[in-house]
Ligand binder design. Sequence first.
Ligand SMILES: *[C@@H]1O[C@H](CO)[C@@H](O)[C@H](O)[C@H]1NC(C)=O
Ligand SMILES: *[C@@H]1O[C@H](CO)[C@@H](O)[C@H](O)[C@H]1NC(C)=O
Ligand SMILES: *[C@@H]1O[C@H](CO)[C@@H](O)[C@H](O)[C@H]1NC(C)=O
Ligand SMILES: *[C@@H]1O[C@H](CO)[C@@H](O)[C@H](O)[C@H]1NC(C)=O
Ligand SMILES: *[C@@H]1O[C@H](CO)[C@@H](O)[C@H](O)[C@H]1NC(C)=O
Ligand SMILES: *[C@@H]1O[C@H](CO)[C@@H](O)[C@H](O)[C@H]1NC(C)=O
Length: 793
Amino acid sequence: MIQMKFRIFHFVIIFMLIREIKTQVSAESEFLVDRSKTGLTHVPKDLSLKTTTLNISQNYISEVQSSDILSLSELKILILSHNKIQYLDLSVFKFNQELEYLDLSHNKLRTISCHPTVNFKHLDLSFNAFDALPICKEFGNLSQLKFLGLSATQLQKSSVQPIAHLNISEVLLVLGDSYGEKEEPDGLQDFNTRSLHVVFPTKKEFHFILDVSVSTAVNLELSNIKCVLHDNECYFLDVLSKLQKKPRLSKLTLNNIETTWNTLINIIHIGWHTNMEYFSISNVKLQGQLDLKKFDYSNTSLKALSIQQVVSDVFSFPQSNIYSIFSNMKIQNLTVSGTRMLHMLCPSQISPFLYLDFSNNLLTDTIFKNCATLIALKTLSLKMNQLKELANIILMTKEMKSLQQLDISQNSLRYGDDENTCSWAESLLSLNMSSNTLTDSVFRCLPPKVKVLDLHNNRITNIPKDVTRLEALQELNVAFNSLTDLPGCGTFSSLSALIIDHNSVSHPLADFFQNCQKIRSMKAGNNPFQCTCELREFIKNMNQVSSEVAWDWPDSYKCDYPESSKGILLKDFHVSPLSCSTTLLILTIVTTMLVLAATVTFLCCYFDLPWYLRMMCQWTQTRHRARNIHLEELQRKLQFHAFISYSGHDSAWVKKELLPNLEKENLQICLHERNFVPGKSILENIINCIEKSYKSIFVLSPNFIRSEWCHYELYFAHHNLFHGDFDNLILILLESIPQYSIPSSYHKLKTLMARRTYLKWPTEKSKHGLFWANLRAAININLMNQVKEINHT
Ligand SMILES: *[C@@H]1O[C@H](CO)[C@@H](O)[C@H](O)[C@H]1NC(C)=O
Ligand SMILES: *[C@@H]1O[C@H](CO)[C@@H](O)[C@H](O)[C@H]1NC(C)=O
Ligand SMILES: *[C@@H]1O[C@H](CO)[C@@H](O)[C@H](O)[C@H]1NC(C)=O
Ligand SMILES: *[C@@H]1O[C@H](CO)[C@@H](O)[C@H](O)[C@H]1NC(C)=O
Ligand SMILES: *[C@@H]1O[C@H](CO)[C@@H](O)[C@H](O)[C@H]1NC(C)=O
Ligand SMILES: *[C@@H]1O[C@H](CO)[C@@H](O)[C@H](O)[C@H]1NC(C)=O
């Protein structure tokens, strides 16, 4: 009873423990709740009280009430963007003291009611339907505010006043479609912010006179600029011109521009003469032509210009004008990317370019051919273009004396076997030639000091042994090629990172890690490994280096061959050492043989194995013979099972050992002392006994030979009773008889002894059992019994 109670108590504790663990696990996942895009029309009621982040964006929620969220006292982040909320009273959040991130963008808000809140760091009210700026005086206490998103169609100066004293990092101001219809003095100067992003109404020609230059922002972003109707009379140029007077401007970003070539160059030109350092233009749609105009390069503070994603309707005018404008800019960084640009001119004078990114265009091999003015250039990216012959690119770098990084990935580059030019810029440290059609021959010509070499996704089958020594090479990426082995480090003596996954490496060099001592990182998975003996050393090495170095070990390393091991992880592949080493195999066989021989010798010496074997052999023979005995033969009238003949000297043994053992089995024995009929001659008696007995047993000893055998020799000579096969004769060798002691006239005995078909009496007691068994088998008792039974019935 007590035990029972104890057990129940035990169960309760375990149950409670399990429940504890369960709630912990689920609580953790409930902190973050994502119910976005689930068709909600109301804030869900079934939320965990521990929710800290709730994402219910992209639903059909039209109102938020205090009761919806008041219990979520730990809520920190609430995302309500892309819903249908028209009105919001901020007091609904009065119980959510932790709330610091509220995203209400892309709703239909027209008005909000305010409530003192102090914790917001991120408040997004952009892309709504407000007319006036939705800034309440309570916002003035949001001292932690870092981001404020607003939308309005009017910008009254007074409405920004409540937050003018705040120090906000970023303000997003989205102007509604009807913005600009009423002219009002705007309040941009009251936004005390580092970054200001103004989004103008889309689908409308730019006709706004907003003076962004009054803003305190040093990073300015302007989106949605459409100037197509009046070339050169675009209002936006005026807006931009005002920026020239702005003393503090670091970065200007223009987004989503739809205009003409002339206006774009004008925009760049005006930007050139402002105080900014970084100018970035992206997503541009161009039309019209470029009229040749001089570009005034003087007095710029610009360091970096970036133009990305340009679509142009027509290209019917000479583009060298455009190329010329860009190539002669005296700035450090220039990016012209995603523009379908066909060519770029060599700067006409020594150029200060340090960094050029011309990725994702339509440039060909003629780019910067024989160009000797780019001597400061350190980084050049020509990725995703139409480059074809590597030899041309090698030649191109020859004049770029400072070039350290070159990216020519994702082109159609090839390098022929018979190329002779190898004039890489000596300064090159990093070369990216991935995703081209390069073959083994690329190793014949590489920049001598290169440290990082990316050749992944090419057509390399082998890294030639005689490649130029690349002693500085530290990182080599040859993934996604057709390599059949790991590279040796003889030629890459500093190699510390190797990426060679997705190749055709089947039996990697076992001595790779000895060879490449400096390897600190390696990725060689997804190769068709042949799981055979040779792989064991490699697997061992990988297991040793595993965690820090081989970071895709073990999951990406699988056997591909043989078929039986296909798909199993290398780390789980085991093969016995024996089947792998010939020496070991031979050694094992020899050892086994030696042990066997030693065992046999031992058995022979100590247990007389040959004797046992002979006895067993005789037993089998007799059994076999017994089976072949014809029944009629056995049905002769027989009186005795056996007749025993022996010398008087051996009678002690016969009476003490032999007779008791045979009579125990109820055998009828004819003894020549006991059963001899007086008055008859010895020979007659013997014949009588032999003829009435099933078997005749002779106990052989030197005495027997001397005193008794003469009778039998005579008898055998006259009667052919045993028919030469001696089946009925059993010889027991009591003492060994030397061959010389047998008189030469005893032919029969000699023949019998020569056939060695006698049972030898063992001196060791332990062998007696087997001797008797053998003797009984020789007499064939069972058969006799059967015969008797047959006779009786
Ligand atoms: C909220 O969900 C939307 C839609 O699934 C997703 O785009 C947005 O990144 C999510 N916001 C956060 C902060 O997880
Ligand atoms: C801002 O907080 C101060 C005290 O911290 C308070 O006196 C003032 O009324 C608050 N202003 C608003 C607009 O809530
Ligand atoms: C505004 O905050 C930034 C950092 O958040 C700081 O560097 C700057 O000095 C602050 N300006 C004022 C006027 O408090
Ligand atoms: C360039 O600056 C110099 C003085 O700093 C001034 O004299 C010259 O007019 C400026 N040029 C232009 C085109 O603004
Ligand atoms: C030029 O671009 C490089 C690479 O993006 C950058 O590290 C460097 O700061 C840039 N320099 C300037 C002046 O913008
Ligand atoms: C080489 O360029 C490819 C894309 O073209 C990029 O994925 C890879 O990271 C670059 N390699 C290096 C070493 O920067």
